[in-house]
Design a protein around this ligand. Structure first.
Ligand code: XBP
Ligand code: MG
Length: 253
């Protein structure tokens, strides 16, 4: 089957959102609630093993503060903190504090021009995606993506394959005609379990993850004047990700 569709993860892939986006937003929510918890860059590396903000708060409580018992119960407490965290995160997006990663905008525009269909499969809250797209690519860019599959729309988040399967179902496409873009262990486990060939762009939190199942691992999408570094796989003579490179990778057995 020929390549027709690109499915993008958001956090860590389209934008470097975790260390200086989600993490400080969680900390702002804790501070506002009068809690002196500080999710440092180091602790957050461990917390990132769990996808989803509400799930991450609960994991933190279980592992780091087992004696903390909120009066409303852990699930409601996590939901309340997460609501405020989302508020602070959206504020950062609106202020233009979180850019797209190098080469992401060029690749998205080139893929559209080449007639490729675009979708999103992410564990983050839906508004986090639409605000990011609006702030970086403009209001109309929401419509460039036929499906924005996000957050609690599926009960099981990554590394389960569900969010990719949901996106493909919505778009009416088969795994064999798609490529997925990921940045993390949980992400590639999800896309691979959904039978998707996957291209990885690593970031500081995910550089050492196991990407043995990826068709190509890069440090970034790259630009004509800022070439990518190939960390695994073969990109031929290409120095930045283009629709032509994607067609070639997809055609590989
Ligand atoms: C991203 C996540 C998200 C964000 C926070 O994983 O795990 O939980 O950290 O988003 P992936 P919310 O890139 O694999 O989709 O707080 O909105 O859940
Ligand atoms: Mg990710």
């Amino acid at each position: 089957m020929a390549l027709t569709t690109l499915l993008f993860d958001v956090d860590g892939t389209l934008a470097d959102t975790e260390r200086d986006g989600h993490r400080p937003a969680f900390n702002k929510a804790f501070a506002e609630a009068g809690l002196d918890w500080n999710w440092t860059v180091e602790i957050y590396a461990d917390l990132l093993t769990v996808t989803g903000g509400k799930e991450r708060i609960r994991y933190f409580l279980e592992k780091y503060l087992p004696d903390f018992t909120p009066p409303e119960g852990v699930a409601d407490f996590a939901a309340r903190m997460h609501k405020r965290k989302t508020h602070f995160y959206l504020e950062m997006l609106q202020n233009g504090e979180i850019p797209l990663r190098n080469g992401a905008e060029r690749l998205i525009r080139a893929a559209r021009a080449a007639g490729l269909r675009l979708g999103i499969a992410t564990t983050t809250t839906p508004e986090n995606v639409t605000y990011l797209l609006k702030a970086t690519l403009g209001e109309e860019s929401i419509g460039w993506f036929e499906c924005i599959a996000a957050g609690d729309i599926v009960p099981k988040k990554k590394p389960a394959p569900d969010i990719y399967q949901y996106a493909m179902q919505q778009m009416g496409v088969e795994p064999a005609e798609c490529l997925a873009f990921e940045d993390s262990d949980n992400g590639i486990r999800s896309s691979t379990a959904a039978n998707l060939k996957t291209i990885v762009t690593v970031n500081d939190y995910t550089r050492d993850h196991d990407f043995s199942k990826a068709v190509l691992v890069l440090d970034q999408f790259g630009e004509p004047d800022a070439p990518f570094t190939v960390l695994q796989g073969n990109a031929g003579t290409y120095t930045y990700v283009t629709p032509e490179l994607l067609h070639a990778l997809h055609a590989q057995v």
